[in-house]
Design a protein around this ligand. Structure first.
Ligand code: 6PG
Length: 244
């Protein structure tokens, strides 16, 4: 059985966007054939913003009934939801403010709380939504930092080795700030995972994550499982160094 992730490499940005949107539509459709809701964990950062904006413009006319979608966050910065660094704020501006999604379908990480309590509360929320053994999110969107982090699982932090907590806070010395992140074991229980990675500055990290020696302390995105329903949506610049 091929247990390799699926690489989707595009030189054209519109095709890159369309491929990501297509996966999201397919996951929603597949999920709703079995369940009442499709659960999607959103990534922060800048790359996914254009996808959220496309979903805002096209989602309904392409068949998405937002009442059947639940949004979670894979990680958050420990800032208020109206702070410019907030992943919630980015998604609200790009997507939530433009679609008819019930408030009860949107599950932001409660960052006004202290990082530790925000992580604990969000972890309990996820444990009431998902069973302890089965799948978690129907789709988990992730980014890749040029240092090999994903979500807020940064190199040489305790989060790399966190196997018990569902959500954990982490203090980033170089950024002098806390982040809250869903942990790798919970991400890996997602039915589908999609990395959205663009730009030449990601090429080295991508090569190490996909083809380098196993070293998750250095390249935490290596923690994310390799299987056919793990997709890497790449532009040619990000993919310039991956062989094969
Ligand atoms: C965040 C993200 C983070 C992001 C990567 C890539 O909160 O910033 O969760 O993991 O996905 O840093 O960010 P870009 O897409 O902006 O390059």
């Amino acid at each position: 059985m091929n247990n390799q992730p699926k690489l989707h490499i595009f030189k054209d940005d519109t095709l890159w966007q369309e491929a990501v949107i297509r996966l999201i539509l397919d996951v929603i459709s597949d999920s709703l054939s079995e369940k009442e809701y499709c659960t999607i964990s959103l990534s922060g950062g800048s790359t996914p913003r254009q996808i959220y904006e496309r979903l805002a413009k096209e989602g309904s006319k392409r068949g998405i009934n937002w009442e059947t979608v639940q949004f979670y966050w894979g990680d958050e910065r420990a800032v208020p939801h109206d702070h410019d660094d907030s992943n919630y704020k980015m998604v609200k501006e790009a997507l939530l403010d433009h679609i008819d999604i019930p408030e009860e379908n949107v599950f932001p990480i409660p960052t006004p709380d202290q990082p530790e309590s925000a992580a604990r509360v969000y972890g309990l929320d996820l444990q009431t939504t998902f069973t302890s053994e089965g799948n978690t999110f129907d789709l988990c969107l992730l980014g890749l930092g040029n240092d090999g982090h994903t979500a807020s699982i940064f190199p040489h932090t305790d989060l790399v080795h966190e196997q018990k907590a569902w959500v954990k806070e982490v203090f980033l010395k170089n950024k002098d700030t806390y982040r809250i992140s869903v942990t790798a074991p919970v991400i890996n229980r997602s039915r589908n995972i999609a990395f959205l990675v663009k730009g030449a500055n990601k090429a080295d990290a991508l090569e190490e994550v996909l083809n380098g020696d196993e070293n998750p302390d250095e390249y935490p995105a290596q923690l994310i499982r390799r299987s056919p329903n793990v997709h890497w949506f790449l532009d040619r610049e990000a993919a310039e160094k991956i062989s094969g």
